[in-house]
Design a protein around this ligand. Structure first.
Ligand code: HEM
Length: 443
């Protein structure tokens, strides 16, 4: 039976191999333009992957027919190697059990309890800015995002050096993983030269550090109302709590899932605001007006609507999680397309977010697309910065709170000017900014 899906030959893949390794996005785009919104890439040796920028197929796999799909081994087994089997990397029953257990800690009402911590970390990190100098803002946003997750978890642990060490280990493990995924043919060499062993040693060190923090907290009579307390108090249906090993897996997952994505989104938003002074001015009007009445962090988040729209529009143009994948568990149909059991579908959020049939003037930065008077239905089926369906990002509200606070604090204090020509991207596991050179002058 023909599945009706046009195919990109293995020869084409080989011919473009070095370009794909550097940056696969232009190859994807060229093929979407040539073949339409769904095509198959032949990877040789009987292997193939379906690529899609069909928003309907994205919804089909992630939401409407999600029971017929699981994540690929790349997103589960490979990623779990260093960060363990937690929410992001687990599948099936284990995932569902963990999601039910952890979801309440990320509920908006619960997050309000840690918002003061988030804001104080944002303010402390931004105080490190040296004004009137051109510098790369990306590392600062990386530190900010890591500190926010870490302090939300362990608000009152004396952890300054410990947190830096955990950040170093998380980032090193991520870099090793990218190397292994991008150069699978060199895996034997990474084993031989001790790179893989070295990374595993580092992640074991992180696990030992976290075990110490958890034990200390369990033995303490104090209540801190931070994420760690919430995770320690969470109970499975049978009344039991997570054991230390599972808790450590989940903490490492929160570090990994919550830090690079957020720092990418923050950086891209700042680059776009630098390039669009009139939009930056509108954000400044919003945040400087409100601040005169010295409102609380939670009120800031509610009121800084235009700031939020800028972040949403930035994640449309530069979605930090720029793709996801799913594998069909059983044969399935989508429209006239046959999706055979075992087929891997790679969903390009990057392409969906810029599809000319879905967005007007798709390449322009226009935060008004997300204005409150616009009916959400107009874009909700074509906009996936946090994914969709039951596996949608658990930290979406957390991330939005953090980003609104960071962008508003920054724009209120500084005028942002660009020291780059065009915004360049580095598509790795997440979509990273390449040249985040900015100059910040005190207002
Ligand atoms: C701008 C920031 C963020 C973006 C763009 C983002 C994006 C995403 C996306 C697209 C997914 C779904 C992946 C899929 O279905 O294949 C996801 C899942 C997840 N995210 Fe986020 N995320 C962000 C911030 C955060 C934060 C701050 C946390 C936690 C503190 C977090 C924790 C998670 C977890 C645990 C999952 C797995 C959920 C599950 O499978 O049940 N993320 N994220």
């Amino acid at each position: 039976m023909s599945d009706m899906i046009p195919e990109v030959s293995f020869f084409e893949v080989l011919r473009n191999a070095s370009r794909i390794l550097k940056n696969p996005l232009p190859f994807h785009h060229k093929n979407f333009e040539k073949h339409g919104d769904i095509f198959r890439v032949n990877l040789g040796f009987g292997q193939s992957v379906i690529f899609t920028r069909d928003a309907g197929l994205a919804k089909h796999t992630l939401q409407k027919h999600h029971r017929n799909y699981r994540k690929s081994e790349l997103q589960t087994r490979d990623l779990a190697k260093y960060i363990g089997e937690g929410l992001l990397t687990a599948d099936g029953e284990k995932w569902l059990e963990q999601r039910r257990l952890i979801q309440p800690a990320f509920h908006k009402k619960k997050l309000e309890e840690i918002i003061v911590t988030i804001k104080s970390v944002v303010v402390a990190e931004l105080s490190k800015i040296k004004p009137n100098k051109t510098f790369n803002i990306y590392p600062l946003m990386g530190d900010l995002a890591f500190q926010v997750v870490a302090k939300s978890l362990f608000s009152y642990t004396d952890t300054k050096n410990i947190i830096s060490r955990l950040q170093y280990i998380t980032e090193t493990a991520q870099k090793s993983l990218i190397k292994e995924i991008r150069q699978p043919y060199k895996r034997w060499w990474f084993h031989l030269n001790g790179k893989i062993k070295g990374t595993l040693r580092l992640t074991q060190e992180a696990r030992d550090i976290l075990n110490g923090i958890i034990e200390e907290r369990k033995n303490s009579k104090e209540k801190y109302n931070d994420l760690l307390d919430m995770l320690l108090e969470a109970r499975y249906e049978d009344g039991s709590a997570m054991d230390n090993e599972q808790l450590i897996d989940e903490i490492l997952i929160l570090f990994t899932a919550g830090h690079e994505t957020t720092s990418n989104a923050l950086t891209f938003t700042l680059l776009l605001l630098a390039n669009h002074p009139e939009i930056q001015e509108k954000v400044y009007q919003e945040v400087s007006d409100m601040f005169s009445s010295d409102i609380s962090a939670i009120e800031q988040i509610a009121k800084y609507q235009y700031t939020k729209q800028c972040i949403e529009e930035s994640m449309r143009l530069y979605p930090p999680a720029y793709f996801s994948d799913r594998v069909a568990i059983e044969d399935d149909m989508y429209k006239d397309f046959f999706l055979k059991k075992g087929t891997t579908i790679l969903i390009s959020f990057f392409e969906i977010h810029k599809h000319k049939d879905l967005w007007k003037d798709p390449l322009s930065f226009n935060p008004d697309r997300f204005a409150p008077e616009i009916d959400k239905k107009e874009y909700s089926d074509s906009y996936f910065p946090f994914g969709a369906g039951p596996r949608m990002c658990i930290g979406n509200n957390f991330a939005m709170y953090e980003m609104v606070l960071a962008i508003s604090e920054l724009v209120r204090k500084y005028k942002i000017t660009p020291s780059f020509n065009t915004i360049e991207i580095k598509p790795l596991i997440t979509l990273k900014p390449k040249n985040a050179l900015l100059s910040l002058t005190l207002r």
